[in-house]
Ligand binder design. Structure first.
Ligand code: OXD
Ligand code: MN
Length: 592
């Protein structure tokens, strides 16, 4: 019997059952017994593989089809009644046509399979920030991942009661056929349908589909924000903690920043960094007039390659129990996992991410897919913030935007005010790296790192930022900054060490928020004086001349940037907020 009497839930599920025709239905109740039974079943069928219980307790390995290993942006659709509402940066399809296409693909696709009904909460169950979803899936892999990434089970249904304020999510593996793979969001209907994929980002519907695409639209309607941001707390030696939300495009080190280890000297002095989230922030105004953020997720879905005890020990330690590894290399000698960049000892008796025998001493192919992932419970993270479960969220002192710019953006600069900060976020861009297909060093505009995740017209989203700003007392509004850890010299060497040393920059940001440090005004905003970025312990690595170089604002280079911004803005036509146009005109004037 269904564990809820909620009519909107039961009727919707009934309609999906008629469509996909499962052999049976199982409600996920959040219990360990049920999950253990499903894990055993998935191992028995070969869908999952149980890893070494001593070395990696309760951990599993899964491989997806080799053509189903990443999010598919060109097959991700925003289905609003008009194309205008989705805007020029989203792929759009008419909702009626899209439902028809999806129903034709999904019809009868659960035949002989079980339908798993996953009630889940994004955010602590019952928090005013939180939202509820129900995902239907024919994949135990999805059930296991959703049980790590979200709060799942009966408590969620109890919290929902009779309300129909919940997000409908239908996932159908079908035949995992890439020609018929679609990830579709219907913001006006609170609905997500994903077909023909069995890979994380496309099928864990609570994450990008709900917590960013649908939630960004909900936030616009309801006066809050869903952002592609990590949340971290910096604890100073006196015990005060300042919280920062930061948005970076993929491959800019968000998880590393969220879990960073302070440099030795800072550690000794008593600085600590606490992780609240590594990917998504839901933000709303608190009773005291400040903005507060929660992380709606309950785990980390991180990129495995490059994660090691030096680059990110906290992430690696998070994966040591209760985790799922997707498309990594399987070390047969001890039944554990390996990926490029984990250590210098690749296994020689292994199975690669495609399922083929692999010898790390000889093979020229990669053992793990570059986008292989770990799904790890947040509670495992050694630096998890004590505020992680706080239903009221954490107060935000600063928003930080950033990207990879070899020459242009200085190490850090502060916007003049809120609207100028929104402008800084709107012109965010990152240079492509050798890690991705296509030309290297090409500038890709990625406003607020939301390009693939904004569930409506990006111009309206900027206006929403401006509107939120209007509701805030400027004294209480978070200050907005931009950072660039990736400045290079003419020989292509990085000029800033990054990783834990980024705390030196966050410290300046916090001092600015606290009104404790002066700054130099430039055409683009406020830049630190070199003396105010502490280099103790890295003087050899970063001579003061280098720091001065990466704090310089080169007006000529910025002038070269203007046509690209103009071109990008032009795509939004009349919908571009007047405030953003005025900000761009002001920048042009400042550059002289
Ligand atoms: C992610 C992404 O997977 O941003 O988090 O691509
Ligand atoms: Mn992300």
């Amino acid at each position: 019997m269904a564990p809820t009497t909620n009519k909107s839930v039961l009727e919707w599920i009934d309609r999906q059952v008629q469509l996909v025709k499962p052999a049976s239905i199982m409600w996920i109740d959040g219990s360990k017994e049920q999950l253990d039974a499903l894990k055993a079943e998935a191992c028995a069928t070969g869908e999952m593989h149980k890893l070494n219980e001593e070395l990696l307790p309760d951990c599993y390995l899964h491989r997806t089809k080799p053509d189903d290993v990443a999010r598919v942006e060109d097959r991700t659709l925003i289905c609003t009644p008009t194309k205008e509402e989705a805007g020029p940066t989203n792929h759009w399809k008419d909702p009626d046509e899209c439902y028809k296409m999806l129903y034709d693909i999904a019809r009868d696709s659960y035949q002989g399979r079980t339908m798993y009904v996953i009630p889940y909460s994004m955010g602590p169950v019952g928090s005013k920030f939180s939202k509820i979803g129900i995902e239907l899936t024919d994949s135990i892999y999805v059930v296991m991942n959703m049980s790590i990434m979200t709060r799942v089970g009966q408590a969620v249904l109890d919290c929902l009661g009779d309300s129909d304020d919940w997000v409908r999510g239908l996932h159908c593996k079908c035949n995992v056929d890439k020609e018929n793979r679609w990830i579709c969001q219907f913001p006006q209907d609170n609905t997500i349908i994903s077909v023909n994929s069995a890979y994380g980002g496309n099928v864990l519907l609570g994450k990008k589909c709900f917590a960013l695409r649908i939630a960004s639209y909900q936030g616009k309607q309801e006066g809050w924000q869903a952002e592609h941001m990590l949340i971290l707390g910096v604890e100073k030696p006196n015990g005060e903690v300042r919280y920062i939300c930061a948005a970076f495009p993929s491959a800019c080190g968000k998880t590393n920043l969220a879990m960073m280890i302070p440099p030795e000297g800072y550690k000794k002095a008593g600085y600590k960094v606490w992780t609240v989230g590594d990917d998504i922030a839901w933000i709303r105004k608190g009773e005291d007039g400040r903005l507060y953020a929660i992380n709606p997720e309950n785990g980390f879905f991180g990129v495995a390659p490059g994660t090691n005890m030096k680059s990110n020990p906290n992430a690696l330690l998070s994966t040591k129990s209760g985790s799922i590894f997707t498309n990594v290399c399987h070390n047969l000698d001890n039944n554990t996992v390996w990926w490029e960049g984990l250590d210098k000892n690749p296994p020689t008796n292994a199975i690669d991410w495609k399922g083929d025998p692999w010898n790390g001493a000889e093979s020229t192919e990669k053992g793990a897919h570059p986008n292989s992932r770990f799904t790890a419970p947040a509670v495992n993270c050694p630096c998890l913030s004590s505020e992680f479960e706080n239903p009221d969220g954490v107060p935000i002192s600063a928003f930080v935007f950033g990207g990879r710019r070899a020459k242009l953006a200085p190490l850090v600069y502060q916007s003049r005010d809120w609207n100028n900060g929104v402008f800084v976020g709107s012109i965010m861009a990152s240079e492509t790296t050798a890690a991705a297909a296509g030309a290297v060093g090409v500038v890709r505009r990625d406003p607020m790192a939301m390009l693939p995740f904004c569930g409506y017209n990006m111009a309206d989203y900027w206006q929403h930022w401006v509107d939120i700003g209007k509701t805030l007392d400027p004294e209480k509004a978070p200050k907005i900054f931009n950072v660039n850890w990736f400045r290079k010299d003419d020989d292509g060497n990085f000029l800033w060490p990054g990783f834990g040393d980024n705390l030196r920059v966050l410290n300046w940001i916090i001092d600015r928020c606290d009104g404790k440090v002066d700054a130099r005004e430039t055409a683009i905003g406020y830049v630190p004086y070199a003396k105010d970025i502490d280099l103790t312990g890295i003087e050899d690595e970063v001579p003061v001349e280098n720091l001065e170089r990466i704090l310089k604002v080169n007006n000529d280079l910025w002038k070269n940037e203007i046509p690209g911004i103009e071109e990008f803005y032009a795509r939004f036509g009349d919908r571009l907020p007047a405030t953003m146009r005025a900000q761009l005109d002001q920048l042009i004037e400042n550059l002289g």
